[in-house]
Design a protein around this ligand. Structure first.
Ligand SMILES: NC(=O)c1ccc[n+]([C@@H]2O[C@H](COP(=O)([O-])OP(=O)(O)OC[C@H]3O[C@@H](n4cnc5c(N)ncnc54)[C@H](OP(=O)(O)O)[C@@H]3O)[C@@H](O)[C@H]2O)c1
Length: 317
């Protein structure tokens, strides 16, 4: 069951559509990875979000993904539901959808900081829930994905999770308690890498290289270093030592990084992202929907507007 054909057969056998609740960056990059890896047909993916004019919605449509502004339609048509809305929107979306969740749905949330217990609490008792963390590198099949299974998710659900996300990078099951730190490391990680590549290429441009060449070489250096570490299993310190010949250029450069607190800054960055993720947990686990957050996500003509009006959360025009 490890080939692309194997997965397609698996999905076909269970007649599975994948529904993204939220059609922003994460949904787009994941859908691109799923489709480009050949594992899932674009027509098997449905995305829902209130905003229809957003650039990510256009890109999803261009990819061949089906789109609906109505989350409920998405839930009705999909078996695997991927929650890809901002953490503060999660309680609202779960409240909206809980009456439409069936026992055969598998709900996979990637909302940073939102824990399994707070999701399960909002849904019917038998709901199968998984919580994951990944990154935008899904789009190029180099994501680092982890997940933790909720109380009703079984081995088959975990296998499906690994089959799907194994097509767009690495995937492993972790203890849920580790997911916030994973967010600080590999969820935010591509942003650290992009900053590093830009700064490295600034240095090279300063020393005379054309920008394009500098960025390609900087990017390839990061890809190569990561690949070397994963393939050899060696400690990064050992691999670094092999580049630092006595009195050579690299050890001079590393001394500058050390003086500037490079390693300490990276440690601080991971810690800051993890702590921020824990703050998001509070927003994403609200018992009651935060009306201000909801209003922000409402655009003209949305079906949600009517829903909120009928619930008395918004006043009719
Ligand atoms: N981006 C990443 O690298 C990354 C990595 C791992 C995990 N995540 C997690 O993934 C989630 C989404 O992140 P993102 O970067 O994709 O954010 P995003 O680009 O802002 O996308 C969020 C999407 O949700 C839509 N939305 C808002 N309210 C909704 C509702 N009630 N029903 C359905 N859709 C609704 C938004 O539409 P509007 O814009 O119209 O409001 C938007 O399309 C977050 O929880 C984040 O923590 C992101």
């Amino acid at each position: 069951m490890s080939s692309v054909k194997g997965l397609s057969l698996l999905l076909k056998a269970i007649d599975m559509n994948i529904g993204f609740i939220g059609a922003g960056n994460l949904a787009l990059y994941m859908a691109q990875g799923f489709v480009r890896s050949g594992a899932i047909r674009a027509s098997q993916i449905i995305a829902s979000s209130p905003e229809t004019k957003k650039s990510t919605v256009k890109e999803l449509k261009d990819l061949g993904v089906r789109f609906t502004p109505d989350n409920k339609v998405n839930v009705e048509k999909s078996k695997l539901l991927i929650v890809a809305v901002k953490p503060k929107m999660v309680p609202f979306v779960l409240d909206e959808l809980k009456n439409y969740i069936r026992d055969d749905h598998m709900i996979l949330s990637f909302a940073a900081g939102v824990n399994l217990a707070s999701i399960e609490k909002k849904l019917p008792a038998k709901s199968k829930v998984l919580r994951g963390m990944t990154n935008t590198c899904c789009a190029v099949k180099e994501a680092a994905t982890v997940y933790a299974a909720g109380q009703n998710a079984n081995e088959e659900d975990c296998k499906l999770m690994e089959e799907i996300f194994g097509r767009v990078g690495t995937v492993e099951e972790v203890e849920e308690a580790h997911i916030d730190a994973v967010t600080g490391l590999s969820g935010s990680g591509p942003a650290y890498a992009f900053e590093a590549i830009e700064a490295l290429s600034d240095g090279a441009v300063k020393m005379g290289l054309p920008r394009g060449l500098a960025m390609r070489l900087g990017a390839q250096s990061l890809i190569g270093a990561g690949r070397m570490l994963l393939d050899t299993g060696k400690h990064p310190g050992e691999l670094k030592d092999a580049i630092c010949s006595p009195e050579g250029a690299t050890i001079y450069a590393l001394h500058h990084l050390e003086k500037g607190g490079f390693r300490s800054l990276l440690i601080d960055a991971v810690e800051a992202s993890c702590i921020r993720t824990r703050d998001l947990q509070i927003q994403g686990s609200e018992e009651e929907t935060d009306a201000e957050s909801i209003k922000k996500s409402i655009r003209e003509g949305l079906h949600l507007k009517k829903l909120l009006e009928s619930n008395g959360i918004l006043k009719s025009d």
